[in-house]
Design a protein around this ligand. Structure first.
Ligand SMILES: Cc1cc2nc3c(=O)[nH]c(=O)nc-3n(C[C@H](O)[C@H](O)[C@H](O)COP(=O)(O)OP(=O)(O)OC[C@H]3O[C@@H](n4cnc5c(N)ncnc54)[C@H](O)[C@@H]3O)c2cc1C
Length: 355
């Protein structure tokens, strides 16, 4: 069995940030990442200003990767549209590009990245990989994001869960003009859909929907068709041809936080706190928690988990409140009215940042 000082399961933003900080301090971490190469996880690709600052701390400028600047939030509920300027510049970038750059940074710092390897189960600080190989770490960092790992499942109890869907829309002149500099959120019963432009000119379309509504509609295409009355502008944006390929993730426990830690185990990213995705702060939480967990390990501090749970409490709770208002017919009207008041949307955006 191979042993290392720091074993990181998952090479998304949280795992890569953890690995970069550890490697720069000489800890020689090992990252297990199941994808073989660049891929598009289910994510809206919105980088808030806190995510951009966290990337800067790691030495990565998303604009150098082609990220599209975003200055404006457009909320759409039925035929009602509210626009607000964001308090600081944000950006749109595909996760394919972001994740590849972050893992590259970790490798350049000296981390070993085992790509195309899947962790099957965890016991203590030992991880069993596909092929029954075992790896062990003095410390184990759980960074599998939206995916549970046998032996280390998040204790989400009977919390209601959502389903996430993602597809790319081909770049069309009208769509590009409408989305230029903008993050657009279409609100409907049980969920929302986010749209933004990516570095390759396509638009990222990301939906989050309560599991009940998803099962009732019977699939992504049927769900989108069912939105014709509730979200007519979204249907216009998608155009005549529905995306042929959807990436999906089930069981997203918005609002969950890991409040207690275990010796030599660190949960980072979505394994530490799951903020409602309409707030667009999950990537910032992933980067921030990864860097903080690595620092905590290097300083030999105990109780990273409870401290990070406290730090994430405000953004996660405010995002939950906004999600509940947005997902319910009787909450959306007042929410849109409030969002139209100058300064309110910008304040809500500020309160949902971890940074
Ligand atoms: C619908 C939706 C839209 C969202 N939109 C946004 C947004 O616009 N902006 C934003 O900031 N946040 C958004 N989020 C949240 C954001 O996607 C997550 O918070 C963020 O990806 C968490 O990063 P992570 O590194 O913890 O996990 P992930 O990004 O999920 O990465 C986990 C990594 O671990 C790997 N992995 C998983 N299991 C194993 C295993 N067993 N063995 C080896 N490798 C494994 C995966 O391949 C993956 O690379 C959204 C979430 C949803 C559901």
């Amino acid at each position: 069995m191979h042993r290392t000082s720091a074993l990181i399961v998952g090479g998304g933003p949280a795992g890569a940030a953890t690995a970069t900080v550890l490697a720069r301090a000489g800890a020689m971490p090992v990252v297990i990442e199941r994808s073989r190469g660049p891929h598009d996880p289910v994510c809206g690709g919105f980088l808030g200003w806190d995510a951009i600052a966290a990337l800067g701390k790691l030495g990565l400028d998303p604009h150098s990767l082609g990220a599209r600047p975003i200055h404006r939030l457009r909320l759409v509920a039925g035929r009602r549209i509210v626009e607000a300027r964001l308090p600081h510049e944000a950006a749109g970038l595909s996760r394919r590009t972001l994740d590849a750059a972050l893992l590259g940074l970790a490798e350049a710092a000296g981390a070993s990245v085992l790509r195309g390897r899947t962790a099957r189960a965890v016991s203590g600080n030992r991880v069993r990989l596909d092929g029954n190989e075992e790896l062990a770490g003095d410390a184990l960092f759980l960074a599998t994001g939206k995916h549970e790992l046998r032996g280390a499942e998040r204790d989400i109890g009977d919390r209601p869960v959502s389903v996430g869907l993602r597809a790319a829309l081909p770049g069309r002149a009208g769509l590009a003009m409408a989305l230029d500099g903008t993050i657009e959120l279409h609100l409907f019963d049980g969920g929302y859909c986010g749209l933004l432009l990516q570095e390759d000119g396509t638009a990222n379309l990301c939906l989050s929907v309560a599991r009940g509504r998803m099962s009732a509609s019977g699939g992504p295409a049927a769900l989108v068709r069912s939105l014709a009355r509730e979200a007519p502008l979204l249907i216009d944006r998608i155009g005549d041809t529905l995306p042929g390929r959807w990436d999906a993730i089930a069981g997203v426990p918005y609002g969950w936080r890991a409040k207690t830690g275990e010796a030599d185990r660190y949960r980072v990213g979505d394994q530490a706190a799951v903020i409602a995705s309409l707030a667009g702060d999950g990537i910032a939480i992933a980067l921030t928690s990864g860097m903080a967990a690595a620092d905590s390990f290097l300083r030999g501090e105990a109780d990273f988990q409870a401290g990070f749970a406290r730090r994430a409490a405000r953004p996660v709770r405010v995002a939950e409140l906004l999600r509940h208002l947005a997902e319910h017919r009787f909450g959306r009207g007042p929410m849109m009215t409030l969002a139209a008041v100058p300064g309110v949307a910008a304040t809500a955006a500020r309160l949902t940042r971890i940074g």
